[in-house]
Design a binder for this molecule. Structure first.
Ligand SMILES: NC(=O)c1ccc[n+]([C@@H]2O[C@H](COP(=O)([O-])OP(=O)(O)OC[C@H]3O[C@@H](n4cnc5c(N)ncnc54)[C@H](O)[C@@H]3O)[C@@H](O)[C@H]2O)c1
Ligand SMILES: [Zn+2]
Length: 347
């Protein structure tokens, strides 16, 4: 990867200190926001960081809609018209969508300018804004065009979560549990014991961010160990598309399938599966979601979606499974019959 990626866990205070340094002396800032972060987060940011008071800002559509070539082109156009040069720094203030788009724009503009991620969702703080993947959706395929292009800085400021809707918090919590499940058994248990999604503390956010940074450092281009972060996703993506569920909820159910297969194939303790299932049921009920059940017809329709998954080779499903919390195994071959069995057991 071409540039350094540093995560500042000290929030906006740490960012203020950083931007006062020589390395940023001639920077000119353009802040990318969506409507929600414009309203909920931008006033706090510019209120706290003096050098950003003169920044330009560009508003993009909310959510996945901003991750398009058209929106990227509009941002490039605005940068050009505003005379942005190689000293320009893009500041992404938003969730994973804004960070993915803004990083993509930065990677392409004048052969690459610096960008800073200031994630404002739990998912972006612990996952999307860390690790250097940028991208847009193209040709109807999510994240099909993009670069490995790390942010110069990622700044973790949990106060931005105060305005985040609870359903968005759940998305982030599920992914935090996923990261802990494959890498840190103690953190995993602590997260499962937290009473609701709201009290997620700075300590847990930092712990998960550190795991992600560690895994990415070991495998920046996603050829090996980084795949552990896809735990539950082969099944989750299929459920997300088939049942039109939010990503986090679908991945939560996908992890349950993966845990069941882990019990059968890798000897994961049954109590781990049971504890996880109970936690998931409780989380989903808070949001009036039922733990979906699937019949054979549903499963037949989802199997092709799983086979499309980029992690598969030779027509076989290759999944991440768990030997025990903290010990994930990548590229485990799973047959269609094993998948049918696992889904039918989601009762
Ligand atoms: N690059 C990566 O490694 C990586 C990893 C995981 C996910 N992603 C991507 O991240 C995206 C999902 O990110 P997300 O879950 O953060 O969703 P998101 O960016 O769509 O944000 C979710 C919603 O929350 C709103 N919002 C954001 N911050 C807010 C705040 N502080 N207060 C109130 N509202 C706020 C947004 O406007 C939006 O409506 C997907 O596009 C996914 O592909 C990327
Ligand atoms: Zn995910």
């Amino acid at each position: 990867m071409s540039k350094e990626n540093r995560t500042l866990y000290g929030g906006l205070a740490a960012l203020g200190r950083e931007l006062a340094k020589e390395a940023w002396a001639d920077a000119r800032y353009t802040i990318v926001v969506d409507e929600n972060t414009f309203n909920c987060c931008l006033p706090t940011l510019i209120g706290r960081i003096e050098v950003l008071q003169e920044a330009e800002f560009i508003e993009v559509p909310v959510g996945e809609e901003c991750k398009s070539l058209e929106v990227a082109a509009q941002v490039w156009q605005t940068l050009l018209e505003g005379g942005a040069d190689r000293q320009t720094v893009i500041v992404n203030l938003g969730g994973g969508a804004v960070c993915d788009l803004g990083g993509f724009v930065a990677a392409g503009y004048k052969r690459g300018i610096r960008h800073i991620n200031i994630p404002t969702t739990l998912l972006a703080m612990t996952d999307a804004a860390i690790g250097g993947k940028t991208g847009i959706d193209f040709g109807g395929v999510k994240n099909s065009i993009g670069h490995f292009y790390p942010a110069a800085l990622t700044v973790i400021e949990p106060r931005f979560l105060d305005t985040l809707p609870e359903a968005e918090l759940l998305n982030g919590t599920v992914e935090m549990v996923k990261t802990a499940a494959v890498a840190d058994p103690e953190l995993y248990m602590r997260l499962l014991e937290a009473p609701t999604v709201r009290p997620t503390g700075r300590q847990d956010i930092v712990a998960v961010g550190r795991i992600k940074n560690r895994v990415v450092k070991a495998d920046p281009y996603d050829h090996g160990i980084r795949k552990i972060l896809n735990f539950g996703h082969t099944f989750g993506h299929a459920i997300e598309v088939y049942r039109q569920l939010p990503h986090g909820i679908a991945v939560g159910i996908g992890m349950r399938v993966a845990m069941y297969l882990s019990v059968k194939k890798l000897g994961l303790g049954e109590e781990v599966y049971r504890t996880y299932s109970q936690w998931l049921r409780q989380q989903l009920s808070t949001f009036n979601f039922q733990l979906s059940t699937f019949n054979l017809k549903d499963i037949e329709q989802m199997l092709p979606l799983m086979h499309q998954d980029k992690k598969n080779a030779d027509g076989e499903l290759r999944c991440v499974l768990l030997q025990e919390p903290g010990a994930a195994v990548i590229d485990v071959t799973v047959s269609d019959n094993e998948v049918r069995d696992a889904f039918l057991h989601l009762k």
